[in-house]
Design a protein around this ligand. Structure first.
Ligand code: FMN
Length: 194
């Protein structure tokens, strides 16, 4: 009987969410934020990617000539291929993206121009400042457009230290938390860019 039930049950496919930060900092606040956000999705399989596992020499065409197409960059693309949804929280360095993130992005783009393969993306940022890393989100939106970026929604959490409880691993400010949850509730999973 149990066996029959097992056969007849339709298989529920869980949404595969890849959450990561555009930062290689060991204590990355954007990583914490991406993990929290990834966990807010229901019925999902969540995988966390750490940019430190994708460290490569600084990209240059000369370096590329020397080492070719690194397997690590391919693995990064494989992770993106696995996912149904990308939750990326970009850190802001000097009003732009971090070198660590741009580097893996550049290496990956040499193996596949559409790095993000049009996977629906929730693009986030946070920083200790009032802007919450908004400039990095803007920069990312500009550069992702031509490289398979399919940004479906954005959200920047300002003043991280005031609005995120590190111990509990969650947003402590109800207004911000509600706003983010609202975005996830209305998230558009369409594969084609809007
Ligand atoms: C070189 C450097 C430049 C930074 N520039 C900015 C900035 O332009 N805007 C901002 O909000 N925070 C800036 N910060 C602070 C970062 O937002 C902060 O270090 C944050 O923790 C980075 O995110 P992460 O912890 O995920 O790496 C900068 C930090 C560094 C080290």
């Amino acid at each position: 009987m149990y066996f029959l039930n097992f056969i007849q049950q339709p298989k529920i496919l869980k949404m595969k969410i890849l959450a990561f930060a555009g930062s290689s900092s060991n204590q990355s606040i954007n990583k914490r934020f991406a993990i929290y956000t990834g966990n807010l999705f229901e019925d999902k399989q969540l995988e966390i990617l750490d940019l430190n596992d994708y460290e490569l020499p600084l990209f240059s065409v000369d370096k590329e000539e020397e080492i070719g197409k690194p397997a690590i960059a391919r693995t990064f693309l494989d992770k993106i291929d696995w996912a149904d949804v990308l939750v990326l929280s970009v850190a802001e360095h000097n009003a732009g993206l971090t070198v660590a993130f741009k580097n893996i992005y550049d290496w990956a783009s040499r193996q596949r121009v559409k790095v993000f393969d049009n996977k629906p993306m929730l693009l986030l940022s946070t920083s200790p400042g009032k802007g919450g890393g908004k400039n990095a989100v803007e920069a990312a939106q500009i550069i992702f457009k031509r490289y398979g970026g399919n940004v479906r929604a954005t959200f920047s959490l300002p003043s991280f230290n005031d609005n995120f409880d590190i111990e509990a691993g969650k947003i402590s400010n109800k207004e911000h938390d509600d706003a983010l949850k609202d975005i996830i509730r209305n998230f558009d999973y369409g594969k084609e860019p809007s």
